[in-house]
Design a binder for this molecule. Structure first.
Ligand code: ZN
Length: 252
């Protein structure tokens, strides 16, 4: 019943055993995985993966790290990819001020152009926001009816509450389990059960005790356990609720 709502199985970290990793899903209880294609160079690879494997769904979008290349270019080709029957959202898109140097103006411009596209097509978005919640919340107030998810949420409890008020879902991954991370559990605590999603961001962000190793979609179960502990419910119930939420938002 596990649904990993954010994975990068097209990453080169899976080049040696991608089909084996996906082949193990059934036995590991991984029902569905949303593959995030966020570099146009990988769009066709991701599409082929979803065409080949029943459990794989898709997101297409341009990550903020490519903003300086794409902010002023024609991005209308994304529309064609969004028509794929297994594509469930536009993403991941957003703002990332962690990696320097970054071009703030280009990132905001590219984000707004993709948000406009999502609104026009009535498709949810997957948002990647890192060290940029101030600017992101400002941009998002211009999109009051936006549907989507704050992926790998790393903001404060207060920002999480604002996201929920805006109608967004909030997803947590392996970083929720890190010993020194007090912020994510505090944020998870204030998000209502019907707005929580689980994800891995694999091959990155493996949860404790696998931290630093290659992350796998099956590790969603570890984050689910932690989230259940924070919410004071049974892990099996948490898994079911998160799956229902993913179904409601993404239609999968
Ligand atoms: Zn990602």
């Amino acid at each position: 019943m596990l649904i990993d709502t954010h994975a990068h199985l097209c990453d080169e970290a899976f080049d040696i055993d991608r089909d084996e990793v996906i082949g193990a899903f059934e036995e590991q209880g991984v029902a569905k995985v949303i593959e995030i294609a966020c570099d146009p160079a990988d769009f066709d690879k991701a599409k082929a993966l979803a065409d080949r494997h029943e459990r794989i769904y898709l997101n297409f979008g341009i990550h903020p790290e490519y903003a300086s290349d794409w902010a002023d270019k024609d991005i209308s080709f994304i529309r064609e990819y969004l028509k794929h029957p297994k594509c469930v959202a536009l993403g991941e898109i957003g703002l990332d001020y962690y990696w320097e140097p970054y071009d703030k103006d280009a990132q905001i411009k590219l984000l707004r152009r993709q948000l406009d596209m999502a609104m026009e097509l009535c498709i949810p978005v997957s948002l990647h926001i890192r060290d940029a919640y101030g600017d992101a919340m400002e941009v998002l107030t211009d999109y009051p009816n936006l549907k989507g998810v704050m992926h790998c949420f790393s903001g404060s409890a207060e920002i999480a509450e604002r996201c929920v008020k805006m109608g967004l879902y909030v997803a947590f991954g392996g970083s929720l389990t890190f010993k020194n991370n007090k912020k994510a559990p505090a944020a998870a605590a204030v998000v209502p059960l019907d707005r929580l999603l689980l994800e891995t961001d694999c091959p990155y962000m493996a949860p404790t005790p696998h931290r630093g190793k290659r992350c796998l979609p099956s590790m969603t179960a570890i984050t689910c356990e932690k989230l259940a502990e924070i919410k004071g419910i049974d892990p099996a119930r948490m898994e079911l609720i998160a799956a229902e939420n993913a179904k409601r938002l993404f239609g999968i």
